[in-house]
Design a protein around this ligand. Structure first.
Ligand code: PBG
Length: 334
């Protein structure tokens, strides 16, 4: 038998962590990681030719928007303190090249212009820059005669898209196609066009992930044949992800992103530890759908699970999080 006093004094002085967990005020005092609404970026979908917003079945709470419903939804989100939006356009007309993507009057550009008209500089309007929603084959670039995505032909189109998005008023363009050299190519198109102020958020470490499934319903961008393993990264490769991140920084990226978030928190941490620029993480559609489905079944407490997920992504080192939970989370965080 050991006397209680002896045990406390001698044996485990380093084990007294519970002292700082006793009260809400103490816990607040020692909390290391905060999530603020302004750390969140809300992804929104806008589809040409819709009369009414069309709910996305695999992403409860989200819809393909009309320009009008987009404006309304963005205003509600902005009102909750979320300052940034990333926009995905879905055109009526798709072709092999994805030419609606750089149409100055295309759906993506109209959506950007609408939000700039509503918010001016009181929100950050980010345009996703890719081709998969715009091509009839659903790949993120143009194809060569062997039906492979041609890197450099695709870069030409990305340059045209960047210029159109910047002309429409995007504060930030976000290339998500994982072509080699895309950041340099886009920077090289923006600057001579007078858009030196438009920033690039590079999807730098984007993995070939099963967790994009619901997004492909939302954005109607599933590849008609094959998959994206020829341009997106192998989930097994961490060193390669860091090479991609640093290559994008060298090419002039202003913000680098890791995507998806939860299965790749080690990459987020490594990026934060080695890159001295803002790090974004994309809490993708499948991560959202998984949590929503469990919550709808009563298997998880949605609010607690969402806030835990967002906290963990921030704790891993993300400065900002693209998340479909943005609107709800902002309500809970206020
Ligand atoms: C491609 C793109 C994708 C996502 C964002 N941009 C899909 C893909 O690469 O297949 C996925 C986002 C999500 O799942 O939430 N333009």
């Amino acid at each position: 038998m050991v006397a209680a006093g002896t045990l406390a004094e001698m044996s485990f002085p380093e084990h007294r962590a519970r002292r700082l967990r006793r009260t809400p005020a103490l816990r607040e005092l020692v909390r290391e990681t905060e999530v603020r609404p302004s750390d969140l970026i809300a992804p929104l979908f806008v589809k040409e030719g819709l009369e009414e917003p069309a709910p996305i079945s695999s992403m409860p709470g989200h819809a393909q928007h009309t320009i009008e419903s987009l404006r309304k939804e963005a205003a509600e989100i902005r009102q909750r303190g979320v300052l940034a939006f990333v926009l995905f356009g879905i055109p009526v007309r798709k072709d092999a090249e994805g030419s609606e993507a750089w149409n100055p009057d295309g759906i993506g550009q109209r959506a950007v212009a609408a939000l700039r008209a509503d918010f001016g500089d009181d929100a950050v309007v980010i345009a996703d820059l890719c081709l998969d929603e715009y091509t009839d084959h659903g790949h993120c670039g143009v194809l060569n005669d062997r039906n492979e995505v041609d890197n450099d032909q695709t870069l030409e189109r990305y340059r045209w898209i960047a210029a159109a998005q910047a002309d429409a008023g995007a504060h930030v363009v976000a290339p998500s196609g994982m072509m080699d050299g895309q950041v340099a190519a886009i920077r090289g198109a923006l600057d001579p066009a007078g858009h030196t102020d438009v920033a690039i958020l590079a999807y730098a470490a984007k993995f070939a992930s099963a967790f994009y499934g619901p997004f492909r319903e939302a954005a109607e961008g599933a590849p008609r044949f094959g998959d994206r393993t020829g341009y997106q990264e192998d989930p097994a490769n961490a060193d390669e992800a860091l090479r991609e991140i640093h290559a994008d920084i060298d090419e002039g990226a202003d913000i680098v992103m890791v995507k998806p978030a939860l299965p790749y928190l080690d990459i987020v941490r490594a990026a934060k530890d080695t890159a001295r620029i803002p790090i974004a993480a994309y809490n993708v559609s499948g991560e959202y759908a998984m949590l929503k489905a469990a919550a709808q079944n009563g298997w998880l407490d949605e609010r607690r699970a969402v806030l835990e997920v967002l906290t963990s992504i921030r704790r891993a080192g993300a400065d900002m999080i693209l998340t479909y939970h943005a609107k709800d989370a902002a309500d809970w965080l206020r």
